[in-house]
Write a protein that binds this ligand. Structure first.
Ligand code: PEP
Ligand code: MG
Length: 571
């Protein structure tokens, strides 16, 4: 037996035989004669058309089998296939160098991919995989091959490309191992959504794996055991059986009331990215939506989404759970989520730049269109509006004034809308956490965004693996800021929740409840796990633990204490 270490990309255990996803080996002539050049351009254009049709089909298939959100990657691929820069590069190579269509596609996609791969931003680096995928698709079409792959077992690949993952039959595949990739790569996101075990970023170790090798993929620890001994196999088989039984039992708990032993109601809500996610939210038994990231409506679009388009999306979410609280966050674009229609803004430090509410204040038309759509949709359910990245009181006052302006406009126009929607803010900038007492007077609620609060408090980029040890929500300064926010909210009679990753971590649940949070919003998969724990806690005891944790001086002391507390419960 031998062991491979990698990045734990998707928790879970998979046991089985590995299969390498074969890269197609292409044999083609690299150049053509000058007379043949126009024909190569035609060949490229027809391959482009076939690729678009294939991507449309993939989009439909993935939306039906995995989810709308995961299908969106193929919409992005379609845009990339149509990208004038790609077409220009291919045509140029054919015209100038008499390259064959295959050679031109290979050269163009490889050069765009290397450009992406060299960027600092992890998200942008991951896009290199998309470009390679497009190159592979166009190449296959040019060579007259059809897509007919079906994989089985545990997949091994240098990087699992989105079109590979679309070909996966989830009844036959239980996990995967990739040489490249990080936690935010498509393959990792897909693995988590589909509940597959995955270890990524293992490097050249995949070359030593032979088709048919028996492996254990431990997606919790980021380990792969190759050809393990029977005793280890048996141990992992038992863990797998326990995990499966646990998931079935917890699924039922998800639908029970989220009430502590001493009778306090703690809302266990879900974070969503598109209206299609609501099916899973309802199935998991969530108490509502604590964060709807509305960016999906805006990113990858060439024009601003219309008021009607937005209205239909917000309405769909509200109508899916008409009696539950739905917190919709206004546009959090900018930073690493650039909007194509807002124009080439280059900032040295985009995370500290024109992002979220700051961007909306500059592009007020875009912001007001969203607010109009929200207030109109508000008629349908229990809408709460939340502003992201608020750092000062002025920003909040201005955002509220624009909301009022929009409500007055709708009233004047005689358009049905709700004018008394509760308004809250995300607390994700340390300045806001420090002046929470001032902000609390102006809001109906707070929701703490630990993903950014940690990044800005610790001055550690949330995407940068080199400072990962600082990016920890159990850092004492982060806990103190959360406590400050909770105190300020309580003093002003406002509720305080959390929608950052910390909210879905059961280790944090006793602390957060002890600090006074009454709403926790998380990825849908965590809902039953956290609800199950909430139902075993008493607020009184949690408060005592939280008071003690606030006196601890290091992250490791805090974690040790919380781990000790966790042993008292069935998690
Ligand atoms: C956060 O910052 O914690 C948060 C929930 O927002 P996002 O992850 O969308 O930045
Ligand atoms: Mg954030």
């Amino acid at each position: 037996m031998w062991k491979i270490e990698g990045i734990p990309a998707s928790a879970g255990i998979a046991i089985g035989q590995i299969v390498h996803i074969q890269e197609c080996v292409h044999d083609f002539s690299r150049t053509v004669t000058p007379e043949e050049a126009p024909r190569e351009k035609e060949r490229f254009l027809s391959a482009q058309q076939v690729a678009e049709t294939e991507l449309d089909e993939l989009m439909e298939r993935t939306a039906a089998t995995v989810g709308e959100h995961q299908a969106e990657v193929f919409a992005a691929h379609k845009l990339m296939v149509q990208d004038p820069c790609l077409v220009e590069a291919v045509f140029d190579d054919i015209e100038t160098n008499y390259a064959s269509a295959e050679a031109a596609v290979e050269t163009a996609t490889q050069s765009i991919a290397s450009m992406f791969a060299s960027l600092d931003d992890e998200y942008m680096r991951e896009r290199a995989a998309d470009i390679k995928d497009i190159g592979k698709r166009l190449m296959r079409i040019l060579q007259g091959k059809v897509e007919d792959v079906k994989y089985e077992g545990i997949l091994v690949a240098s990087d699992l490309l989105p079109s590979d993952t679309a070909a996966i039959d989830f009844d036959l595949v239980s996990g995967f191992i990739t040489a490249l990739g990080g936690k935010t790569s498509h393959s990792s996101i897909l693995a988590r959504a589909a509940g597959l075990a995955a270890v990524v970023g293992v490097g050249s170790a995949i070359d030593k794996l032979i088709n048919g090798d028996m492996v254990i993929v431990d997606g919790h620890a980021g380990l792969v055991f190759v050809n393990p001994e029977e005793a280890m196999l048996e141990e992992y088989r038992q863990r797998l059986t326990t995990e499966k039984a646990r998931a079935v039992a917890l699924a039922e708990v998800g639908h029970l009331p989220s009430v502590t032993v001493d009778g306090s109601h703690i809302e266990v809500a879900s974070n969503i990215g598109t209206p299609a996610d609501m099916k899973k939210v309802i199935a998991a038994g969530a108490d509502g939506v604590g964060l709807f990231r509305t960016e999906f409506l805006f990113l990858d679009k060439t024009t601003v989404p219309t008021e009607e388009e937005q209205f239909q999306s917000y309405r769909a979410v509200l109508m899916a759970m008409p009696d539950k609280k739905i917190v919709i966050r206004t546009l959090d674009a900018g930073g690493d989520k650039q909007l194509p229609f807002i124009g080439g803004l280059t900032e040295a430090n985009p995370a500290l730049g024109l992002r979220a509410i700051r961007l909306c204040m500059v592009y007020q038309d875009v912001f007001k269109t969203q607010l109009r759509a929200l207030l109109r949709a508000g008629v349908e359910g229990n809408l709460h509006i939340m502003f992201p990245m608020i750092a000062t009181l002025d920003e909040l006052v201005k955002a509220k004034a624009l909301l009022k302006e929009v409500a007055d406009e709708l009233a004047r126009e005689g358009i049905a809308h709700r004018s008394d929607v509760p308004v809250g803010i995300m607390i994700e900038v340390p300045s806001a956490a420090v002046i929470a007492d001032i902000l609390a007077e102006e809001v109906d609620f707070f929701s703490i965004g630990t993903n950014d609060l940690v990044q800005y408090t610790m001055a550690a980029d949330r995407m940068n693996e080199h400072v990962a040890w600082l990016s920890d929500y159990f850092q004492p300064p982060v806990i103190r800021l959360i406590a400050n926010v909770a105190r300020a909210a309580q003093k002003n009679g406002k509720w305080v929740g959390m929608c950052g990753e910390m909210a879905g971590d059961p280790l944090a649940t006793p602390l957060l409840i002890g600090l006074g949070l009454t709403e926790l919003s998380m990825s849908t998969r965590c809902v039953p796990i956290v609800k199950n724990l909430v139902r075993q806690l008493t607020v009184q005891e949690a408060k005592e633990w939280a008071d003690h944790i606030l006196t601890l001086r290091t992250t490791s002391d805090i974690k040790k204490n919380l781990e000790e507390i966790a042993t008292k419960f069935d998690i």
